[in-house]
Ligand binder design. Structure first.
Ligand code: UDP
Length: 368
């Protein structure tokens, strides 16, 4: 089976820093190849992921362009998508697995080939992206909750959901437990939907130490903030809602963390906190926390109730004010349960096997 995986023109795969979709592709593709799938990856030329064939129009990721007005960047996606169409016209591709938002399904509709589009967004927040979706393309979500918010036109094309995975889950059940420190952590982009202001307020009210890790808009370090666009919505959220609670003692912001530093931060935390105000669609950071043996405490919305078992691998509540009380209660949870759950459910191999079953079904019975 030869599958064209379309990762889009925005960032290399794997991404060098932030890059949710590109991370998912980087986790999935090696496992697909292990299962015997030949992968043609549509990406940018400086992607380093090993594939059977790389297809690229742009030398580098075009993500920095997204800071500009949309009409200055709108040529990027068609140029990339046209290259996909030309490659598919060669006739040797069995299926296209597309990850490019909005433009993806429209292009796929023209292919006349079994095509799967993975939804990565919170569809409630971005209904306009898919409002007019209607084609023979099939879609999958990254959680059941995400699909439940999808417009009807899109849900009719759904083949179900496949939860996200993390390489950290491989062998997580056999890893040694790490000594826990006294802090709770929120790992993720600092943005209103992820609710860092709520976590920071609760840290003061319930007297627990809190580390916030993640970028604020384009700023990866506190020093970047002074020169950032002050109208950026995430910069405004930080300045107005979060920063007033950040005292450098009870609540600290450490900027973006990567690689080993990120893993040590997560593994050393007593809990990973997800004070959600949006319907988190897939929650990579949730499965990473579990894989590193850190129980999850959060608002019971989005994908959280699907990924976290209340009372075993974490504690969830619908009530923002109750969230603070759960931090201490979570200390009683067994971190081994988290690691075992991740090793069972959230490895790249589990995810790839699910996608392969979908591919086989779509190739056998192409949607009409
Ligand atoms: N991440 C990271 N460093 C940071 C903040 C986030 O490496 O400082 C990673 C995090 O570990 C996860 C991804 O970025 O792998 C975020 O994915 P998630 O699905 O949690 O959230 P999204 O940003 O896609 O909404």
């Amino acid at each position: 089976m030869r599958v064209l995986v379309n990762a889009g023109p925005w960032l290399p795969v794997p991404p060098r820093g932030y890059g949710g979709i590109e991370n998912v592709v980087a986790t999935l593709v090696p496992e697909l190849r292990e299962l015997g799938v030949e992968v043609v990856l549509a990406t940018v030329a400086d992607s380093e992921l090993a594939v059977d064939e790389r297809l690229a129009v742009f030398a580098r990721g075009q993500f920095p362009l997204l800071q500009r007005p949309y009409n200055q960047v709108c040529g990027v996606v068609p140029a990339h998508q046209n290259a996909v169409l030309r490659r598919v016209a060669a006739g040797d591709i069995d299926l296209v697995h597309d990850h490019v938002e909005a433009a993806g399904p429209t292009t796929l509709a023209a292919l006349g080939l079994p095509s799967l589009h993975t939804l990565h967004w919170d569809l409630q927040k971005h209904p306009e992206l898919y409002g007019t979706f209607d084609s023979h393309v099939r879609v999958n979500g990254v959680s059941a909750d995400q699909l439940s918010h999808a417009p009807d036109a899109l849900r009719r094309h759904s083949v179900g959901h496949v939860h996200l995975a993390t390489p950290l889950a491989v062998g997580a059940d056999r890893r040694q437990a790490v000594r826990k420190e006294a802090y709770a952590v929120v790992l993720g982009r600092i943005t209103a939907g992820k609710g860092q202001d709520l976590a920071a307020r609760l840290a003061h009210e319930h007297r627990f130490d809190l580390v916030l890790a993640g970028p604020v808009g384009p700023c990866h370090n506190p020093e970047d903030l002074a020169t950032a666009d002050q109208q950026n919505p995430d910069v405004m959220y930080w300045r107005e809602k979060v920063a007033p609670y950040v005292d450098g003692a009870r609540v600290r912001w450490i900027g973006s963390v990567m690689g080993k530093a990120r893993d040590e931060l997560l593994a050393g935390a007593r809990v990973a906190l997800f004070p959600l105000r949006w319907n988190e669609p897939g929650g990579t950071a949730v499965v990473e926390s579990l894989a590193l043996g850190t129980p999850v405490v959060g608002i019971a919305r989005g994908c959280l109730p699907e990924l976290v078992e209340h009372g075993r691998t974490g504690l969830l509540t619908a009530d923002e004010d109750q969230l603070g009380e759960l931090i201490e209660a979570a200390d009683a949870l067994d971190e081994r349960e988290c690691r075992e759950e991740a090793a069972r459910r959230f490895t790249p191999a589990v995810m790839a096997a699910q996608y392969l079953r979908i591919y086989e079904r779509l190739i056998e019975q192409p949607p009409v």
